[in-house]
Design a protein around this ligand. Sequence first.
Ligand SMILES: Cc1cc2nc3c(=O)[nH]c(=O)nc-3n(C[C@H](O)[C@H](O)[C@H](O)COP(=O)(O)O)c2cc1C
Length: 207
Amino acid sequence: MKIIGINGSHRKGKNTAIMLHAVLDEAAALGAETELLELTDYNIKFCVSCNKCLGKPQCSITDDDNTLVGEKLLQADGIVLGSPVYWANVTALMKNFMDRTRWLHMCKNMLAGKVGAAVTIAGLRNGGQEAALRIMEHFLTVQGLYVVDSRNQSAPIMSGGVNGTLFADIKDGKTVWRRSVSEDELTMSDCRQLGRNMVNAINSLLK
Ligand SMILES: Cc1cc2nc3c(=O)[nH]c(=O)nc-3n(C[C@H](O)[C@H](O)[C@H](O)COP(=O)(O)O)c2cc1C
């Protein structure tokens, strides 16, 4: 079983990466092979809307890293997307990644049947996390993946991926920020639960 994480943060190794690592490390502890792709490490040009992928399952742009990323997606049983919230949306890096997967979808639904999930982090409470999660989860659903959430049996939460926040408190009129999402045990435990839920879902599908 292989699970890959796609990090759309413009800051490699920061909060979004920490959350994705928590998902992947938990999955690895249950036996999954895992890999985290930092989109900042890959040269992925903008889609030029040539529409050639409507006729053949390939992209006309070949002088960048998009084919390599596509091969990694095809080899995976599970894909977890992570993006910080930028203006109540995903980052431009994540959106560009999504656009360039069109060749995997139009002629043949090549990612269909895999397991997908999403995590996000924002500075503020109600900072747009739900919107960013819905965008990533909608993308995964349209690509034909089975989207799992971070719910465990006893948690009284709505369904959905993991939603982190750096805002911690207001003390003496001053905003207190978490220095890192790793200080937010609830978010980190949700990430670990998401990793377990992905592995369980993939095991059920592989049976
Ligand atoms: C361009 C930009 C737009 C942002 N928009 C929002 C926003 O709409 N709501 C919010 O709560 N935080 C917003 N933030 C804060 C980021 O979501 C936050 O810093 C996040 O932790 C970054 O993740 P990272 O540590 O992986 O880079 C924005 C940050 C940037 C740079």
